[in-house]
Ligand binder design. Structure first.
Ligand SMILES: C[S@@+](CC[C@H](N)C(=O)[O-])C[C@H]1O[C@@H](n2cnc3c(N)ncnc32)[C@H](O)[C@@H]1O
Ligand SMILES: [Zn+2]
Length: 1016
């Protein structure tokens, strides 16, 4: 047993870059990866969990308390996979090297690596395997990795869906993965098969046969033998323009397939029959260029009528769809003719013996099958009602969460129950699958049954009206392409009994592959539990490692109900599938879920920041209670300082201290979105220990002296590992907290206790100052850059994105497509328009940095930045042109510069009025439109009149960039000459900006080109 004072590897060093690389790459690994067993939102990459876990478990060989026996054994074990040099340092390096290599997915089931990892853990814990506890286990990445390296694992979660995944993953797969299991055969007999995967495949085939028998008529083959694999639908609305009334198929795009050499799309003409509204008639064709394909009819919720061009506003679209409860079903008259509702745009088929997909227009047969499915579903529901509504309704009638729930948009379109997310045929198919599993012979082992329920859920994920057709990939997308339920206008309905991706066969195979890919291991334990009241006794755990909810990031409980409603129907009465805290709740537990979401109140209470903070503190306290003299780790990521403060306050209050921290990048750096809004790529792993009861009182002055040094060193190290921008900011929290949290409290010389909030304010200031120092040189005193330069530099510095690959990551066309689809679906409200361009950061972050560095944000509103709905946007260079040149434009300014006799260019005089006017134009909340006296505009919100300023260095640099853009070479040269003569500020700022503007941006291109024109 290692003594408690002996430091663990993760407290001294960690292979950040290698583990980041493997974590990011893991996201693209599909077959057999545990994350493909069942969706869980924001899963932690296994690579990161595995590496951190080993770092927590293994002692540092350089620590004098590290047992000699461990070192000897470790040397022998490591010799199997790498060379180990002499001495403790070399051994430490070898251990870290092994951790890095083993985090690679390709090595994760390699028997030699497994033996070495498990051997190391045994050598450190000769008295028996240590217990790893994760109270927010979700999809189970952490406890699963604990099993892999030979630990005991206890994973719990509040959420029943998570617990079912945990049960299968941690208990059933290890226990039955290689066991002999008895399964029924098609002829009513039984046979014994080897292993859970095979059992699931056999039983899965029986379920398929049953479902196919019942569903085939609703998915008929084409007369020529082609098999439809997906139906592409559009919800519809009626044009409300006088004299029109055309039915508008709501479609984001009319592309069907867009691969090199395979381009298919729809185009339409409008027919205008006498006495009836115009009709949109489609045709499938092969476009040559983008321009051949008609534009979509809906954008940000507003629909454009293809017949008359009138725009149907989003409120009207919502009102119309609300009358059809979302409008995913077809309306028929008594004769079976379609009268409205969803319209089939195209059908995707495959032909026996032929490669590739085919696209055809819908036929009456297609609609007939839909009508039959509707009738069949009505009959099933009628039977249930006629039978006195015994048991659950065959389709989910549970309500959707309240309208303002984070990420849920569908309620605005009249969807009220979870069932409304599916078409009648989808409901019929899923209810049929659920029943087939439910009615499996009693002899089918429970583990097989649970795993089959996960298969049904995989189907549900691909069989809702939130699924899209992925045009470049020519395949189905799932419901949750992100952590939300947005409306999808043109959705795709997969044929579940076809072999297409997204169908039942695929679902079964994905699940079976996960089961058979897991290496032999002991089984763990999964339990439903509230992390704030942990079921384990005191001192039970050796490692407490968890990945708690990220403040307001993911509404887990609400999202999970999508799956919960089907699980209830597949496994009725299963003890895991209920709310153990409230028997009347038909859905997953909400009250105890730790999340920040002020939009919705529950039992009259809102989950505000205090709720989150308090829940975290209680969970951390439970962690301390459950943990023996061990070590812990907590993963966190959040883009606001507020989210971080809420977590850290819980941690410190509960008596933990931070001993190290490691940011691990888990995203490919350059996903479209990351480039424009500082999406975080890294999550920080804080290594924590129980703070000793007798921890000393800290001296504030001492803490403040230490802070800049630690932060500075840390920033250097992390930058060498490729961590940038906001990721770097939040990664500095670790070392900062190491200083603060080791004391029982920190006091000023006067004996006043310093709060965590106060300390964190200092942290942001120190980080901001260090960043500025790096990019602009000195930050105080004479020669310090002006306020607007500091603001822009800090802003751009924060925006830089970490890239796990070190270079520019490839963004595939499919990713681009997915990202643009997401943006499109966003409606007019909620977020600031992306169309506005520029770069954006959360207001909270900008404010934290700006204030202590003497940047008064209101002063720059409309001139350099624009703040809306909690997001600060840097004005683009084009917008700056308006600020700087007003309506006169660059040309006039250029002419004036050109006509200035040789000598300093008095840009002040030229720009002064412009700046004042623009500030008025852009003044927030629409105040002060038009021209206003400058002194008034610029001192807005400050109370005291400010000295009027002339053009700043930033204004000059931007002017030069704009002259470059306008091709005014003479004016540019004159300006540059004058600026170079004036002093070093201009070039210093221009060079800094050239390094900071994102690669590929217009600003970057202009400033680089402008710098080339500087006279040498
Ligand atoms: C960030 S996720 C964990 C993800 C997990 N590490 C994985 O890789 O899949 C946080 C989890 O906390 C759970 N949770 C929220 N409040 C909880 C509470 N009071 N007790 C236990 N679990 C809770 C959520 O259901 C969610 O699964
Ligand atoms: Zn119209």
């Amino acid at each position: 047993m290692i003594s408690k004072e002996c430091r663990r590897l993760a407290e001294v060093d960690f292979p950040i870059a290698a583990v980041s690389r493997h974590s990011a790459r893991e996201k693209s690994i599909r077959h057999g990866h545990p994350s493909t067993l069942h969706l869980w939102w924001a899963r932690r990459p296994l690579a990161a969990c595995r590496a951190v876990l080993l770092g927590l478990l293994l002692p540092d060989p350089c620590d004098p308390l590290c047992p000699e026996e461990f070192k000897q054994e470790a040397r022998q074990l490591l010799a199997r996979v790498r060379c180990v040099g002499e001495g403790n340092e070399a051994l430490r390096r070898a251990l870290l090297g092994f951790i890095a290599d083993f985090s690679n997915w390709d090595n994760s089931a390699n028997p030699v690596f497994l033996e070495v990892a498990r051997g190391l853990v045994r050598a450190a814990y000769p008295d028996g395997p240590p217990l790893v506890v994760d109270p927010f286990a979700g999809g189970g990445s952490i406890p699963l990795e604990a099993l892999r390296v030979g630990c005991e694992a206890f994973g719990s979660d509040l959420n029943p869906v998570a617990c079912l995944i945990l049960k299968v993953m941690l208990e059933d797969i290890p226990r039955y993965g290689r066991a002999r299991l008895r399964v029924p055969t098609a002829d009513g007999g039984e046979e014994v098969v080897d292993g859970l995967a095979e059992a699931v495949r056999r039983v899965g085939a029986l379920v398929k046969a049953q479902a196919e028998k019942e569903l085939a008529e609703f998915y008929p083959l084409d007369p020529d033998g082609a098999r439809p694999i997906a139906y592409l639908w559009a919800r519809t609305a009626r044009c409300e323009a006088p004299n029109c009334g055309a039915e508008i198929p709501l479609a984001r795009s009319f592309w069907l397939a867009k691969k090199a050499g395979r381009r298919w799309a729809l185009r339409y003409r409008v027919e205008r029959p006498k006495g009836r509204p115009p009709e949109v008639v489609f045709e499938v064709f092969q476009p040559k260029t983008e321009a051949d394909v008609p534009k979509g009819t809906v954008s940000r919720g507003n629909a454009t009528c293809p017949a008359c061009g009138t725009v149907l506003r989003v409120e009207r679209v919502r009102a119309q769809l609300s009358q059809q409860r979302g409008g995913a079903d077809v309306a028929f008259d008594e004769k079976g003719r379609r009268t409205g509702g969803a319209r089939l745009l195209a059908v995707v088929t495959v032909r026996p013996g032929e490669q590739g997909r085919h696209y055809r227009l819908p036929t009456p047969r297609d609609y007939l099958a839909v009508r039959r499915a509707k009738e069949r579903l009505a009959a099933i529901l009628g039977e249930w009602e006629g039978g006195g509504r015994k048991g659950l309704c065959p389709v989910p009638d549970e309500p959707l969460p309240p309208e303002r729930t984070l990420g849920f948009r569908v309620q605005k379109y009249g969807m009220r129950t979870w069932g409304d997310l599916f078409t009648a045929r989808q409901k019929l198919a899923l209810a049929t699958l659920a029943r087939a599993v439910r009615e499996l012979p009693a002899a089918v082992p429970e583990a097989v049954r649970l795993t089959m329920a996960l298969v049904v859920n995989r189907c549900a994920d691909r069989l809702s009206t939130i699924c899209r057709w992925n045009v470049p990939g020519e395949k189905m997308e799932g419901t949750f392409s992100r952590q939300a339920l947005p409306i999808v206008w043109d959705f795709a309905e997969v044929n579940p009994v076809s072999e297409a991706t997204g169908g039942y066969d695929g679902a079964l195979e994905w699940v079976a592959e996960v089961v058979e890919s897991w290496p032999r291991s002991p089984s763990g334990q999964a339990q439903i539990a509230d992390a704030t009241a942990h079921p384990l006794p005191d001192d039970a755990a050796t490692v407490w490692f968890t990945d708690p909810p990220y403040y307001d990031a993911v509404p887990y409980a609400d999202l999970s109900d999508f799956f919960f409603v089907w699980l209830k129907r597949t496994l009725p009465g299963h003890p895991l599938l209920r709310d153990p805290f409230d028997p009347r709740n038909a859905l997953t537990p909400k009250v105890a879920e730790i999340v920040q979401n002020e939009a919705v109140s529950l039992n009259g209470k809102v989950k505000d920041r205090a709720f989150f903070e308090d829940g975290m503190a209680r969970a951390f306290r439970e962690g301390r209670r459950v943990l023996q003299d061990g070590i812990g780790a907590v993963v966190f990521a959040h883009k606001t300082t507020e989210g971080w403060e809420a977590l850290l306050s819980g941690l410190v209050r509960a008596g933990w201290t931070v001993t190290a921290s490691w940011p691990i990048t888990t995203e490919m750096g350059s996903r479209l979105r990351a480039r424009e809004s500082a999406a975080l790529a890294a999550s920080v792993h804080l290594i924590i220990r129980p703070r000793p009861e007798d921890a000393p009182v800290g001296d504030w002055a001492e803490v403040l002296r230490e802070l800049p040094r630690r932060v500075g060193e840390w920033m250097d190290r992390l930058q060498r590992e490729g961590i940038r921008g906001a990721d770097l900011v939040f990664a500095c929290i670790g070392p900062a907290l190491e200083i603060f949290s080791r004391y029982s409290r920190v006091e000023t010389a006067e004996g006043r206790e310093v709060t965590l909030a106060e300390f964190l304010e200092k942290v942001w200031e120190v980080v901001g100052r260090a960043a500025l120092q790096q990019v602009l040189g000195s930050t105080d005193g004479a020669g310090a850059p002006e306020e607007d330069a500091r603001l822009v530099a800090l802003f751009l510095w924060t925006l830089q994105s970490t890239n796990a690959n070190g270079g520019q990551a490839e963004v595939t066309e499919e990713e681009e497509e997915a990202a643009s689809a997401e943006d499109d679906e966003e409606e007019e409200d909620e977020r600031p328009r992306k169309a506005a361009g520029g770069y954006a950061l959360v207001y909270d972050v900008v404010r934290r940095f700006a204030q202590p560095l003497g940047i008064r944000l209101p002063d720059w509103e409309g001139r350099v930045i624009e703040t809306k709905k909690g997001v600060v946007r840097l004005l683009t260079i084009r917008e700056r042109a308006k600020v700087l040149f007003g309506r006169e434009g660059a040309d006039l300014v250029a002419r004036r510069i050109e006509s200035t006799p040789r000598g300093p260019v008095q840009l002040e005089l030229l720009l002064e009025d412009r700046v004042a006017e623009a500030a008025g134009d852009y003044a927030p909340h629409g105040r002060g439109r038009g021209r206003r006296p400058r002194s008034e505009t610029l001192s807005e919100g400050e109370g005291e009149p400010r000295v009027a300023r002339g053009a700043t260095t930033l204004d000059r640099v931007h002017t030069a960039m704009l002259l470059q853009a306008a091709g005014r070479a003479n004016a540019l040269r004159a300006l540059l000459r004058s600026e170079v003569e004036r002093g070093p500020d201009f070039l210093r700022l221009a060079n800094a900006l050239a390094a900071l503007y994102p690669k590929g941006s217009e600003e970057r291109r202009l400033v680089e080109a402008m710098l080339l024109a500087v006279p040498r």
